[in-house]
Design a protein around this ligand. Structure first.
Ligand SMILES: [Zn+2]
Length: 286
């Protein structure tokens, strides 16, 4: 069964050129001998029919477009990850740059964007509130951009408690037009949040390799909830180079590993891969 990887980072190291970048891996590791073209080829040999390359920043969004231009089965999403909020000097200008990029025909979505309070530490004091405000401003800018360009929106939300999840829903309800798909990428969060997200028009839920981890009962529970409520809302992603599925946990996630996550979902959670393929085409209008 063909697979669509709806969230992959061929545009990030070490997938892009084999540079270990921030990963703690041995210089001789075979994954570093490969470039994005090799990873794409391996992914295709493992059943990946199409892939969406997601930009967490301006430069990586540009790279996503350049990669997508090389193959009719590769697409790009342009956006700025919430963790970059503090590095963006002029948010309005950054949104304008995203808008220019999004005119490219291979751009099928805006994101990844959202709120991520996971690594905000108490010792940052007053800084935390400023960072949260900047994240919100950057998020609202991208919600409005997706509305304006009539594109789906890819959400990245993460927190230790309900905070970022509830604030995300609040901002979505205030600013999003619900004309296009709203993708809860690498979905996590409290049950009440998932229930509300499920009730939203055109919401979709992306599941990644971390659903195979022993301690991921909460993600498997979310999967079961989505499956029961509306299995047409399920999407499959790698988030490569992050979140390698078992038994590769802790290593670089290679895009081809999505076939292992797909097998796991089919065997253990009765996922319908044919339907998931169709869901991906529908969500991103591919
Ligand atoms: Zn991502």
């Amino acid at each position: 069964m063909p697979i669509i990887d709806t969230h992959c980072h061929y545009n990030l190291e070490p997938l892009y050129s084999g540079d270990p970048f921030c990963f703690n891996i041995k210089e001789g590791d075979e994954v570093l001998q490969m470039k994005w073209q090799d990873h794409w080829q391996n992914a295709q040999q493992n059943g990946v029919a199409k892939s969406i390359i997601v930009g967490p920043g301006l430069k990586s969004s540009q790279k996503a477009i350049e990669i997508a231009a090389t193959d009719e089965n590769l697409f790009a999403s342009v956006g700025i990850h919430p963790e970059r909020a503090n590095k963006i000097i002029d948010i309005d200008q950054a949104i304008q740059e995203l808008e220019k990029m999004a005119t490219n025909k291979k751009v099928v979505a805006i994101g990844e964007t959202g709120l991520d309070y996971f690594y905000l530490k108490a010792d940052e004091g007053n800084e935390i509130e400023i960072i949260k405000l900047r994240q919100k401003e950057l998020f609202i800018g991208q919600i409005k951009l997706a509305n304006k360009l009539n594109l789906p929106l890819i959400l990245h939300v993460r927190d230790h408690d309900d905070g970022a999840y509830l604030e995300t829903l609040d901002l979505i309800e205030k600013h999003w037009q619900f004309e296009n798909a709203l993708i809860f990428h690498c979905v996590s969060g409290p049950i009440a949040y998932i229930e509300k997200a499920l009730a939203l028009k055109k919401s979709y839920f992306g599941f990644d390799g971390n659903i195979t981890f022993k301690k991921s009962d909460s993600i498997r529970e979310i999967f079961a909830m989505v499956q029961k409520a509306d299995s047409k809302k399920i999407l499959l992603e790698t988030d490569a180079p992050y979140l390698a599925p078992e038994p590769h946990r802790g290593r670089i996630c290679q895009p081809m590993m999505i076939s292992e996550t797909a097998n796991y979902l089919e065997k253990n959670l009765s996922a319908n891969l044919t339907e998931i393929y169709q869901n991906s085409l529908d969500a991103f209008k591919l």
